[in-house]
Design a protein around this ligand. Structure first.
Ligand code: GLC
Ligand code: CA
Length: 541
């Protein structure tokens, strides 16, 4: 496996919310082409595009109707080919999202199974009433949906219209090889595999009396063999960069999957660090983050990834998460400082950093005023569930405001106009009313969050210690995180203050960094003894 991806910064685009070019209120692929020069300026190496395939949009495209198609709302193959070619001119590769755990119920395979076609019935997981379990969907409610046509239930771990595929069927796995081949032939250089580790369903379905069912289908032993088989049949090109989205995984499994010897992915996303602000496993809570818990967890993942030769994909933002600067920083008082401190953290850890559209200008949550402003099924469904279970409407909305996935799906604000330069008509989902955080202003201000991201991405290419170095924690508590990255004769010390107070460094740390050179700093000065609020500094020693 080629390890160039360790030097990459990968940029995620959620096409629906990125840039509309034909005034229908939906982002499109032409919009991605339009903004390529700015992404090239940022310095990214690869663009991961969230799904743009034909879809009924129950889950914004993660409900795929046809894996080898382009939804007309996003464009067509002519635009796609042009996008690949234009991106290539900037040395930017295209990574596609492969949603192989489930299809939409409108996919031809599902439709055929409804008509009684046995071949396609065996593509899904059908059970009689007495066989279904108490498992819960990740979006709330039962994971089983009744289907009148067949008088049976099908499994859906996500939206009721996203039917889980039966990976045990070799024909299903052949279909995946075929899809990968199709897109590789179109010049695609990377794949992200959506919730890939929940594809390993058990032989026997049983009730889960201690959880929602996930322990029966997550990280099953078949995954490694299946992926090798799928790649082999696809004639997989070894230079392709792959990233797994791992749901509720373990450190050991993540490292096993990404180990260059027999692994199946270049790198993997895990979500444990973004669950530190859950209360008793409940996402819909509004609490302050305990940074000490966060750093304890990150430190363990960093250490073990190195020991076990695994590789992580690091991120604080994506299309399923609220905006990190609203969640972990302070956009009112320390917008620039907290956005850049969080960026320094993500980009200096051992692993490949991902930037989600808009985080490079420090976009914040849109703070929608009513539940009717939300489009996301998970958000609206949980709002209902919270209210049914006795939470007041006001508190339920607060929880949704804080954690909803729609926070990051508000259109990218390119300028300070009414629709943010995203579109010239009212977009499919509300634009952030705060006009002050927008791309054009960021580009015109040499000291904006954008240029800090640009610096971090450039530094990764200049300092091998960032891309390839070892990791060692020097100190952390609930306010600061100080760690070292080392490669050959270079040593970097990263110091990040995530609190709103000044932080006096210990004598040991002062001694360690005293003769160093500052290579990154989100303040104009640093006296080698004290960190200002949200100050993030990288010192080469
Ligand atoms: C992944 C995607 C998310 C989607 C889910 C089901 O978690 O990131 O957006 O809803 O899978 O496909
Ligand atoms: Ca459009």
């Amino acid at each position: 496996m080629n390890s160039k991806f360790k030097e990459y910064a990968i940029y995620q685009i959620y096409p629906k919310s990125f840039q509309d070019t034909n005034s229908d209120g939906f982002g499109d692929l032409e919009g991605v082409i339009k903004r390529l020069p700015l992404l090239a300026k940022l310095g990214i190496d690869m663009i991961w595009l969230s799904p743009f395939y034909k879809s009924h949009q129950y889950d914004n495209g993660y409900d795929v109707d046809d894996y080898k198609s382009i939804d007309p709302r996003y464009g067509d193959f002519e635009v796609f080919d042009r996008l690949v070619a234009e991106a290539k001119k900037y040395n930017i590769g295209i990574m596609l999202d492969m949603v192989f755990n489930h299809t939409s119920i409108h996919h031809e395979w599902f439709q055929e199974s409804l008509k009684g076609n046995k071949k396609y019935q065996d593509y899904y997981i059908w059970k009689d009433e007495e066989e279904i379990t108490n498992w819960e969907s990740k979006f709330g409610g039962s994971a089983w949906e009744y289907c009148e046509e067949l008088d049976k239930y099908y499994l859906h771990l996500y939206h009721p219209n996203q039917a889980d595929l039966n990976w045990k069927n070799p024909q299903v796995r052949n279909e995946f090889s075929d899809v990968l081949r199709f897109w590789m032939d179109k010049g695609v250089k990377g794949f992200r595999f959506d919730v890939i580790n929940v594809t390993t369903k058990p032989d026997v379905y049983e009730d889960d009396h201690i959880g929602d069912g996930r322990r029966f289908y997550t990280d099953g032993p078949q995954l490694m063999g299946w992926m090798h088989e799928i790649y082999d049949k696809a004639g997989f090109d070894e230079s392709i960069v792959t990233v797994a989205e791992l749901s509720s995984t373990s450190i050991e499994n993540s490292n096993k999957y990404t180990n260059p010897k027999n692994g199946i992915f270049s790198m993997a996303f895990n979500f444990h660090h973004l669950k530190v602000d859950y209360v008793d496993g409940n996402k819909w809570t509004v609490t302050d983050m305990d940074w000490n818990d966060f750093f304890t967890l990150i430190d363990e993942w960093q250490r073990k990834a190195e020991e076990q030769d695994g590789w992580s994909a690091w991120f604080l933002n994506n299309h399923d998460q609220p905006r990190a600067v609203s969640r972990f920083g302070n956009p009112e008082k320390y917008h620039y400082e907290s956005a850049t401190a969080l960026a320094t953290l993500t980009h200096l850890m051992r692993g490949t950093p991902y930037v989600y559209q808009g985080e490079e200008i420090g976009m914040t949550n849109p703070d929608y005023e009513s539940i009717d402003d939300y489009e996301d099924y998970e958000s609206t469904n949980y709002y209902k569930i919270l209210v049914e279970n006795g939470t007041s409407e006001e508190d339920a909305l607060k929880a949704i405001n804080f954690k909803s996935r729609d926070n990051s799906r508000a259109p990218l604000r390119w300028d300070d106009s009414e629709y943010g330069g995203f579109s010239d008509v009212e977009p499919w989902i509300g634009v952030n009313k705060d006009k002050s955080i927008n791309y054009m202003d960021a580009i015109n201000d040499k000291h904006s969050v954008f240029y800090h991201y640009q610096d971090l991405i450039r530094l990764r290419k200049e300092h091998k210690a960032i891309a390839y170095g070892s990791y060692k924690s020097l100190y952390f508590d609930d306010k600061v995180y100080i760690f070292e990255r080392a490669y050959e004769d270079e040593k970097l010390v990263v110091l990040i203050n995530v609190s709103e107070e000044e932080y006096e460094l210990s004598d040991t740390i002062k001694e360690t960094i005293k003769d160093g050179n500052i290579i990154s700093n989100n303040y104009s000065n640093f006296n080698f003894s004290k960190l200002a609020p949200y100050q993030a500094v990288v010192v080469s020693i």
